[in-house]
Design a protein around this ligand. Structure first.
Ligand SMILES: NC(=O)c1ccc[n+]([C@@H]2O[C@H](COP(=O)([O-])OP(=O)(O)OC[C@H]3O[C@@H](n4cnc5c(N)ncnc54)[C@H](O)[C@@H]3O)[C@@H](O)[C@H]2O)c1
Length: 349
């Protein structure tokens, strides 16, 4: 007997000024009579939790709010267990829902709680940082960190709905803008011209930039939801980024760490003759204009030490993303020795 088991991972993404009108969306109205656990952090809660809660209540949803301390350390086992306690103590069933309101730490943490509680209940992401609206809130990768490494405990499980309200970005502090810009640089290399053009325009249209990144990521996720193939390209710069984050005990935010990982990839490509002078100069200019961190303080041996536990690592080496040029990235498996040589060659430039 042979059966084809087709799995559908459908998910609705709305990019609009939707926070104050959430209750008018059919997929929110359909939650009438259910319970929602609104997960957010102590910075986002006073800004947006009341609005979201009121909108859900107006649709007949019973809202319980769980607030964690903001920052990367929110993605810890203690918070995970405490949220699971809240779900269980309030008798959440598989009909109920989790709503993640905040940056990527909240969607990673809340998504993981929702996806593992009772073997998985539905969740909604309402990303409120640039980084989360272009990347973290989309694609269903959820995880928490362990002392041994970042995102070591997680699952891939799509949110039911993603609501991006770009007006929430008006309250972002400048360092969080830079953080988002770091991840945006990754998309510049992956997507190339259409995004670079928007970035170079004198008046940046944020909604268009978010839409173009979201659409690109959604397209890749649709093709390779479980991350066996093309989706790995989204890890551009991430092996080094995760090492930098851990080395700094998470005081270097994710986006700025990604910017450094991507810069290393750009410098390596240039060093081995894969990037034209013009492309290299325009990328380096963009880094300077956006005030992105340099990489000359990094040390190859330290990076390797922190990469040993990377998800993309195996005993023989690890998978990294390299580039042949702008919008031409590829996956390469390298030995630890080769990786060391790539790092030393590039860091000495
Ligand atoms: N799952 C994925 O696909 C994926 C992709 C990229 C990154 N990530 C993860 O995302 C996390 C980083 O996300 P992040 O950069 O959004 O960090 P974050 O969630 O820590 O948010 C950054 C800071 O901004 C504050 N904040 C959020 N929204 C705000 C708003 N509208 N106004 C004012 N302050 C606001 C938060 O309280 C926090 O202090 C990392 O853990 C990273 O690993 C996940």
């Amino acid at each position: 007997m042979r059966l084809d088991i087709n799995l559908a991972y459908s998910c609705e993404l709305i990019i609009d000024n939707c926070l104050h009108t959430l209750g008018s969306y059919p997929s929110i109205r359909a939650l009438a009579g259910k319970k929602a656990l609104l997960i957010t952090d102590n910075i986002v809660a006073p800004l947006y939790a009341d609005t979201v809660s009121a909108q859900l209540c107006s649709c007949g949803v019973t809202v319980i709010t769980h607030i964690v301390q903001s920052g990367e350390n929110a993605k810890c086992v203690d918070n995970y267990l405490s949220i699971i306690d809240t779900l269980a103590n309030n008798n959440f069933t598989r009909e109920d829902i989790v709503v993640n309101l905040g940056g990527g730490t909240i969607s990673d943490l809340g998504g993981f709680c929702a996806s593992t509680y009772k073997r998985g209940i539905a969740y909604i992401n309402i990303p409120t940082t640039l980084l989360a609206q272009i990347d973290a809130g989309i694609g269903g990768k959820t995880a928490i960190n362990l002392p041994q490494g970042k995102n070591l405990l997680g699952v891939i499980s799509n949110p039911q709905l993603i609501l991006c309200d770009t007006s929430t970005l008006s309250t972002l502090p400048s360092n969080e803008w830079s953080n988002g810009m770091g991840e945006l640089l990754k998309y510049c290399l992956l997507i190339g011209k259409p995004l670079l053009h928007l970035m170079s325009s004198w008046r940046i249209n944020l909604s268009n930039i978010i839409s173009i990144c979201a659409e690109y990521k959604a397209g890749i996720v649709k093709e390779d939801f479980l991350d066996y193939n093309k989706r790995k390209l989204l890890n551009l710069g991430h092996t080094v980024a995760h090492a930098i984050e851990r080395m700094s005990n998470y005081t270097t935010p994710h986006g700025l760490a990604v910017a450094q990982g991507v810069l290393l990839t750009v410098k390596y490509a240039y060093a081995v003759g894969k990037l034209t002078n013009a492309d290299y100069d325009s990328l380096i200019n963009m880094y300077t204009q956006l005030n992105m961190p340099h990489i000359d303080h990094l040390c190859a041996d330290d990076i390797i030490d922190y990469c040993l536990n990377d998800k993309k690592a195996s005993n023989g080496g690890l998978e990294i993303i390299l580039i042949n040029g702008i919008a031409d990235c590829y996956i390469e498996t390298v030995s630890w020795q080769q990786f060391h040589s790539i790092l030393t060659q590039t860091l000495s430039k």
